[in-house]
Ligand binder design. Structure first.
Ligand code: UDP
Ligand code: MG
Length: 356
């Protein structure tokens, strides 16, 4: 099922490397990101594109991205989403638009240092088609984030066959076929690193540095985190449902024994009303379990509902990129620095294309 949005336009020329970065209200950190990211990529000695996906920012981010595009039109593309679709939907949009043979995802907030990108690429050179990353130390996250994400990692590893040491780290590299599979899956609520893991033939993980958010505040609330983890559980495993079936069977067997025992007792000792509260205790517990089970069922049904509506996951408002008709004009114009000629500015001005 494809969404009914006009898909982002993809340049005909394939590049060796795309870097996809979701951006949501990151005005305070973007200048620093540009400053650190581009030199790393320039030093790689391959042609590359950076695909910024503006996830409906309401601050100065859209303008900053436009300015950066004008500075480096040959290596920069910007996708503006109409509304805030969420980090993973933004990455999906980026996957749809990018042309790279390899695709690296990165957070805008510099928690994943761009300087680690070559490390990921080296792992790909060694033959891996998916390179995850493990944060060397987690800095600047509140303790409950750290503890709860450790716990969720363990649970997830038990119930899905996805083994990611560090699910929260978005600095990852994917090979083209995986990116295409993820983009084609078109799932409304998905966790991209996990989905990609399912398609990877030879995944690996590397250790990367991790810094405090360079500026601005986290866009994730506790509620969003819980939601994300539900996505991971129910999106990649039926085990929660199966646990309930098994629990149901065991409880049914136990209560059968219990009733049998009560009947015997009634015959031998006579009727009793003591122990009623114990019975209530058991009952309330079972009702709790039952409600949890219903909630869980609802979670799955909700996902089916979401998927079956087939609403577009994201809407593209505008796309900035080197002129499609004349790929070389943009592609080779700015091989060097930020202080570039008018050729670039012209290319930039001419190629603002509204999508849809
Ligand atoms: N992000 C996004 N849309 C959202 C929330 C976040 O595109 O609705 C981007 C955000 O700009 C950043 C990345 O996703 O580049 C990770 O967000 P954040 O740093 O707030 O998450 P955390 O590091 O706290 O998990
Ligand atoms: Mg962050």
């Amino acid at each position: 099922m494809m969404s009914s949005t006009a898909p982002p336009s993809v340049p005909s020329k394939r590049r060796p490397l795309s870097v996809v970065i979701p951006v949501f209200n990151e005005e305070s950190v973007l200048p620093l990101l540009f400053e650190r990211l581009y030199p790393v990529l320039d030093a790689l000695d391959t042609d590359y594109e950076v695909v910024f996906v503006d996830d409906g920012s309401r601050d100065r981010s859209p303008g900053l991205l436009r300015a950066q595009y004008q500075r480096r039109p040959a290596h920069t593309r910007v996708l503006y989403l109409r509304t805030n679709a969420g980090q993973h939907a933004a990455i999906l949009a980026g996957f749809g638009a990018c042309s790279g043979q390899r695709v690296v995802t990165l957070d805008a907030d510099l928690q994943n240092p761009p300087e680690e990108i070559p490390k990921l690429l080296a792992a790909m050179d060694a033959g891996h088609d998916y390179v995850g990353s493990i944060r060397r130390q987690r800095v600047g996250d509140p303790w409950w984030r750290d503890q709860s994400s450790r716990f969720m990692n363990r649970v997830r590893e038990r119930i899905t066959r996805i083994s990611m040491t560090d699910q929260g780290c978005m600095l990852r590299a994917y090979d083209r076929p995986i990116v295409e599979a993820v983009a084609a899956a078109d799932e409304p609520s998905t966790f991209i690193p996990a989905l990609a893991y399912l398609y990877a033939a030879n995944p690996t993980e590397v250790r990367v540095e991790h810094a405090e958010r360079a500026a601005g505040a986290s866009k994730y609330s506790l509620f969003k985190l819980i939601h994300l983890n539900f996505d991971l559980m129910t999106g990649f495993s039926l085990m929660p449902l199966q646990v309930f079936s098994v629990a149901g069977i065991s409880i049914a067997c136990l209560s059968f024994l219990f009733v049998f025992y009560l009947a015997l007792r009634r015959l031998i000792i006579g009727p009793e009303v003591e122990g009623v509260f114990t019975l209530f205790g058991i009952l309330f517990f079972l009702i709790g379990v039952l409600l949890l089970g219903i909630g869980l069922l609802g979670e799955y049904i909700g996902r089916i509902f979401e998927q079956s509506r087939g609403r577009p996951i994201y809407l593209i408002r505008e796309q900035l990129e080197p002129q499609a008709l004349n790929p070389d004009a943009g592609a080779d114009a700015d091989t060097d620095t930020d202080t570039d000629t008018d050729t670039d500015a012209n290319a930039a001005a001419a190629s603002v294309s509204g999508a849809a």
